[in-house]
Write a protein that binds this ligand. Sequence first.
Ligand code: FES
Ligand code: FE2
Length: 457
Amino acid sequence: MDVSHLIDPDRGLIRGEIFHSQAIYEQELEQIFARSWIFLAHDKMLPQPGDFIQNYIGEDPVLVVRQPDGSVRAFLNQCRHRGMRICRADRGNARNFMCSFHGWNYGLDGDVINIPHGEAIYDAVERAEFRATPVRLANYKGFIFGTWDAAAPAFEDYLGDFAWYFDAYIDRYEGGLEVVGMHKWVLPANWKFNAEQPASDMYHGEVSHASAFQVMVPPPKDAHSPPPDWAMRQLGQLSNPSGFQFASPYGHGNGWFAGGMPTMNETIYRWQEATAAQVAARLGPERVLSAGHANIFPNFMMLSNYTFRVTHPRGPNEMEIWAWSMAPVAAPAEVKEAIRLDLLRTFSPAGMFEQDDAVNWEEEQRILRGHMARKAPLIYKQMLGRARYDADGLPGRTVPHVYAEEGARGMYRHYMDMMSGAPWPDLTRRKQQREDAERRALAAQGQPPAKPDAAAA
Ligand code: FES
Ligand SMILES: [Fe+2]
């Protein structure tokens, strides 16, 4: 199906049909999830040989396994005999995997190593034909991504300029991150409503999360005292919406407040303050602030409070969210515990921010049952036409406001590219041509003005 009549990134218009249609959903599984790099695991989830976790590429279950030689492999968790799930556990440690239907046995690398009565009933067991379908993997600073598509660009090329921003979330401290908590839940809304938000939408925070921010301010000492100074300063950062948004040609987006993202957790706040100079020296003054919230297309999100999550697609009207809390290995034990509790309070199924967001997404989805609601174009025009390249010390394409929809327009432009079914080499060439043309035009005209009123003057 051609979706180009539903998405117009140049004018910032998107029709709700893309969040509702079963046919579009099936096409997403084929053209987007089966061809993109999808987050599968972190090195620290698989410390020992034989450690495995189960994850998904779209709706396809994938088993990610630490090998005896220390490498990691992944394969479709589907028995080649009748398609039963080879391993039914979410995670664990194994020497091999036995399908519980007829007993085929698979090694840690996905090769078939034993078939009950095999020699009596098969003329030959061709290892290549009988082995579980392998996933192509890449490891970026401990984060393991996989794709089915041999023609997809190398993962670092796929990240492109976003790698610089990704490091602001995952590489603030020597030693990287480790998992301290995890939650899974299901929401009756399309996966893209979640994905576009960290890619783009900081705008909803001051309205959707207003009451959550207020109740999260630590209480004053007594009825006559104001709330603590540090907490009011943190809250104050939200009332100054200066900031930036980044949009990648591969659909990734990032957004942040220029003054840094606030935290209402005193333990985390004190530790961040104590280590601020060290982190700034490691990342540089611009990048240290650039962790707000972000999405690696299509469905891997991260937040400045060390929340990392995937939204697995489960039909056009449902998503399954898996959220990990990952703390810096270098953090003291009480800070790691504070980070774990912070996810519980904010972006877990019981978290206050999560419940605010879920109400919006569920309601958007419910409304799209309506015929007119699916046809009406939704407006994604914030900071339209104001993108610059390599401005303000920031790599790639950015706009100079935290409330913007450049990230969403970039996400849906790439979405449209992928949904066209064009092969990857054509897509990468097209993206490069588009960017070269934009850079040439900006060089000829100068950078667009930062503010709309400056444009009108
Ligand atoms: S389906 Fe797995 S052994 Fe038959
Ligand atoms: Fe939110």
